[in-house]
Design a protein around this ligand. Structure first.
Ligand code: ZN
Length: 292
């Protein structure tokens, strides 16, 4: 299997009317576990590395991209590589040079006009490179300066996509980053209103905090790319805690990172089943368009 491109996986998910999981990688163990889960589930997947994770690895996208791309190349399932939450355009450029096929330029904490300008420039450059560009409007809560409780305005979202020509849009509909429990309350009516105004794939961030049924509903109402990070790290850290508590003299990291990798894989398999196997309900409006 060759390395997949995010644009193709997102498009395929739209055609099949399912979601595509974008699962965050911090360590090599994450990437190994997610690719293994994709193969076991028979599902394509996007390996997603955030700007913060790259900063943790000295800000250089090359080593982690090389590892992810090697795993993707050997995988029996399509695997793409995406840069998540980049606040710096130069990082987007170096990520594409390192082999990523897409990036999110996140100017959502800036004012509307600045967000439009930065996103438009990034999307234009991305088109020239054949890369897929995601942006955010409305600030998904819980991450740095992002305001919890913010919501994307549907009319503004329509205008934003028109003005920026961005390929995918992350929207704020009630989820929040880094939630340790699945207690978020998604505003599905707002999602329907945004879907009515926006003609590019929609992205759900902060999915770790969203109950499974609501993830299904969100996909059925028009979310395509589904980002998950915290759930994987929760599984990983719980497994490490358990192993270290079981044997306080444990020294070899493989003895706790191995079970941690298995725990990430288990969670990733659950997510791939959830995200890939739901189908978009046909709204009366969609049926009308088809019969016209
Ligand atoms: Zn996010």
């Amino acid at each position: 299997m060759t390395i997949a491109r995010t644009a193709d996986l997102v498009q395929r998910a739209q055609e099949l009317r399912t979601g595509i999981a974008a699962l965050n990688v911090i360590q090599l163990e994450h990437a190994e576990a997610i690719v293994r889960a994709a193969e076991c589930s028979g599902a394509p997947v996007i390996l997603q590395v955030s700007e913060n994770a790259l900063l943790y690895h000295s800000g250089d996208p090359v080593p982690i991209a090389a590892a992810c791309l090697a795993l993707a190349r050997r995988s029996s399932m399509p695997v793409a590589l995406h840069l998540d939450h980049a606040t710096s355009f130069s990082l987007c450029r170096s990520a594409i040079e390192a082999g990523f096929s897409s990036y999110m330029i996140d100017a959502s904490s800036a004012d509307y006009e600045t967000n439009v300008q930065l996103t438009r420039e990034a999307a234009q450059w991305g088109r020239e490179q054949g890369a897929w560009t995601e942006a955010e409007l409305g600030e998904v809560g819980g991450k740095g300066a992002h305001a919890p409780g913010a919501r994307t305005d549907p009319a503004e979202a329509g205008r934003f996509v028109e003005e920026t020509k961005v390929d995918g849009l992350a929207i704020a509909i009630g989820s929040s980053h880094a939630m340790a429990t699945q207690s978020a309350n998604l505003d599905l009516r707002l999602l329907e209103s945004i879907r009515g105004e926006v003609n590019v794939p929609l992205v759900l961030h902060g999915t770790s905090g969203v109950p499974d049924d609501s993830v299904r509903d969100a996909i059925s109402l028009g979310i395509t790319k589904v980002n998950v990070s915290t759930q994987l790290n929760k599984a990983m850290s719980s497994a490490i805690r358990l192993e270290l508590a079981r044997d306080p003299d444990l020294i070899d990291p493989r003895r706790y990172l191995g079970p941690a990798r298995d725990a990430i894989e288990g969670q990733a398999r659950h997510l791939l089943g959830l995200i890939n196997q739901v189908h978009v309900r046909e709204t009366p409006d969609m049926k009308e368009r088809k019969t016209q």
